[in-house]
Design a protein around this ligand. Structure first.
Ligand code: UDX
Length: 450
C-alpha cells in the first residue's frame, strides 16, 4: 500500500514538494489557510514564477494524484506522511526567525490527525532546537490513543531550479528519533535512493543545522569574494580573474564566487541573521559574529553601486537611470531582499528618475515600491537614460550589446553590477562602463552624448 502524502503550506516550497511527490507516484494533498491560493492551485495556476512547476501541477491535478484543500481535518484523516512546508520569515523588527506559522501548522495538524502511525516531517528552515520542541508539542496535542511521530528533513532547493532540485536532490538529510520513522522516509524517497543519492541519517539538531550551515557557507563564499572586490577596487586588479584563479583549486571551487551586487532572496539573508540570533540565544555570542560581517559586506555592495552612479552622474537629482533586473536572481519573480530593488529604491530616494525593467519581477516590485517607474521592455527602460544599471543577470541582459542601446540612451554610461558583460566591448563602443571589483576610472569622454 502506498503512502498518502500531505503537504502543509502551499507557498514556494510546499507547492513544489507537493507536485514532485505526485510526480513520484504518490497521492498528494496540499493544504493551506489561504482559500484563494488553494482555488488557484486547484485550477493548476501558480501565484509565483517557477520554471516547469505550473505544468507539473496541472499534470497531476488532471491525473487526480494531486489535490488542494483548506480543510485540515480532511488532511489529518487521510495522510500517512505530513510535510510541514510553511514559511519561517525574519521576525518583524527582529533578526530571529518567526516560527508562528510552523507552530500553528504543527499544532493544528497534530490535533487533526486521526490515523495511527502518522509521521509529521518538518521541511521548513528553523532554528536549532525547534524540532525537539515540536516533537513534544505533537505529543501534547495529538490524540493520546494514537502514535504520531516527527522527523526533520530540510530542503535545499534553489529558486529557478526547484522542480529539478526536488526530484533529483544532491543529498537527503533526515533527522529522526525512531528507526521506523527513517524507514518511512526511505519509502518516500525510494526513487532517489535507487539512484544512490547520498542519504544522511542523523538527529534533529544536526538535520536542522545542516540547512543553516549550508546557507551560511554559501553566503560567506559570496561575501568573501565581494570583500576582495573592495580591495581590487582600491588597489587595482580584476575580481573575476581572481575568482577564476582560486576556483581552480578544487578545495575552493569556482561556484558561488561570482562577485557583484551580492546575495538576496527569501533565504540567504534571513537565514544568516536567524542563525546568528539563535547561537547568541544559546550563549555563543561570538561564534557566528563573522556572519554579521558577511551581511555588512553584502549590503555595502549595494551602496557601492549607488556611489558609482554618483561618481558617473554627479548629482542624481533629475537624472534618468534605467535599472535592469529587479528580482534577487534570474528565473524568478521573487523580489524579497532583492539587491536590484534596493539599489533602484536608493537611487530613487537620492532624486533619480528610475525606470525599472525585469522580465518577471515588475509586478512584485511594484507592490513593494510603487513609486518607481516600471517599463515593459529593456528598450523602453533605457530610452533617454543617463545611466543604465544591470542588477540581475537575466539572459536577455547578458546578451545586451552597445549597438542595441545606440541612439536610445541619452548618455553612454553603464554599470554592470553582476560582472557579466565585456568591459572592453562597451568601452570600445565609447561607453563609460563600470563593474564591481574592477578598477574603474572614468574616461574623459564619458560625458559625451550618445
Ligand atoms: C538558496 C540556496 O542556494 C538553497 O540551497 C536554499 O534551499 C535556499 O537558499 P536561492 O535563494 O534560490 O537558494 O538562491 P541562490 O541561487 O543560492 O542565490 C542567492 C543569492 O546569491 C542571489 O541573489 C544570487 O544572485 C547571489 N549570488 C549567487 C551571488 O551574488 N554570487 C554567486 O556567485 C552566487
Amino acid at each position: 500500500m502506498t503512502l498518502n502524502i500531505s503537504v502543509i503550506g502551499t507557498g514556494y516550497l510546499g507547492a513544489t514538494h507537493a507536485a514532485c511527490m505526485a510526480e513520484l507516484g504518490f497521492d498528494v494533498i496540499g493544504v493551506d489557510v489561504d482559500p484563494e491560493k488553494i482555488d488557484a492551485l486547484s485550477r493548476g495556476e501558480l501565484p509565483f514564477h517557477e520554471p516547469g512547476l505550473p505544468e507539473l501541477i496541472r499534470k497531476h491535478v488532471d491525473s487526480g494524484r494531486l489535490r488542494f484543500t483548506t480543510d485540515m481535518a480532511e488532511v489529518g484523516a487521510w495522510g500517512d506522511v505530513h510535510f510541514i512546508a510553511v514559511g519561517t520569515p525574519q521576525q518583524q523588527g527582529g533578526t530571529g526567525a518567526d516560527l508562528t506559522f510552523v507552530d500553528a501548522a504543527t499544532t493544528s495538524l497534530a490535533r487533526a490527525i486521526t490515523k495511527d502511525g502518522a509521521l509529521i516531517v518538518g521541511k521548513s528552515t528553523v532554528p536549532v532546537g525547534t524540532a525537539a520542541r515540536l516533537y513534544d508539542l505533537v505529543q501534547a496535542e495529538k490524540n493520546p490513543d494514537l502514535t504520531v511521530s516527527l522527523a526533520w528533513n530540510p530542503e535545499f532547493l534553489r529558486e529557478g531550479f526547484a522542480v529539478e532540485d526536488t526530484l533529483r536532490p544532491d543529498r537527503l538529510v533526515v533527522g529522526t528519533r525512531k528507526p521506523e520513522d527513517e524507514a518511512t522516509l526511505r519509502e518516500v524517497y525510494a526513487e532517489a535512493l535507487e539512484r544512490e543519492t547520498p542519504w544522511i541519517s542523523t538527529d534533529f539538531e544536526t538535520a536542522e543545522l545542516v540547512k543553516v550551515a549550508a546557507n551560511a557557507f554559501l553566503a560567506t563564499k559570496i561575501s568573501f569574494i565581494n570583500a576582495f572586490s573592495e580591495v581590487t577596487e582600491t588597489v587595482g586588479g580584476d575580481i573575476t580573474t581572481l575568482a577564476d584563479a582560486i576556483g581552480f583549486d578544487t578545495r575552493i571551487g569556482r561556484k558561488f564566487l561570482n562577485a557583484g551586487v551580492g546575495f538576496g532572496g527569501g533565504c540567504l539573508p534571513k537565514d544568516i541573521r536567524a542563525l546568528q540570533t539563535r547561537v547568541s540565544e544559546l550563549g555563543l555570542d561570538h561564534t557566528m559574529r563573522f556572519l554579521d560581517e558577511m551581511d555588512q559586506i553584502n549590503l555595502r555592495r549595494r551602496e557601492r553601486v549607488v556611489s558609482l552612479a554618483e561618481q558617473i552622474l554627479g548629482d542624481l537629482n533629475g537624472k534618468k537611470v534605467a535599472v535592469l533586473g529587479i528580482t534577487f536572481k534570474p528565473l524568478s519573480d521573487d523580489v524579497r531582499d532583492s539587491p536590484g530593488l534596493d539599489v533602484a529604491a536608493r537611487l530613487f530616494n537620492s532624486g533619480a528618475d528610475v525606470a525599472v525593467y525585469d522580465p518577471e519581477g515588475n509586478a512584485n516590485a511594484a507592490k513593494r515600491f510603487p513609486r518607481l517607474g516600471y517599463a515593459d521592455s529593456l528598450t523602453s527602460a533605457a530610452t533617454d537614460a543617463d545611466l543604465v544599471v544591470l542588477t540581475t543577470e537575466w539572459n536577455e541582459f547578458k546578451q545586451l550589446t552597445p549597438q542595441a542601446l545606440e541612439g536610445l540612451v541619452a548618455r553612454r554610461q553603464f554599470i554592470d553590477a553582476r560582472n557579466v558583460l565585456s568591459a572592453r566591448e562597451w568601452e570600445q563602443a565609447g561607453w563609460t562602463f563600470a563593474q564591481l571589483g574592477r578598477h574603474f576610472s572614468q574616461p574623459q569622454s564619458s560625458a559625451a552624448s550618445a
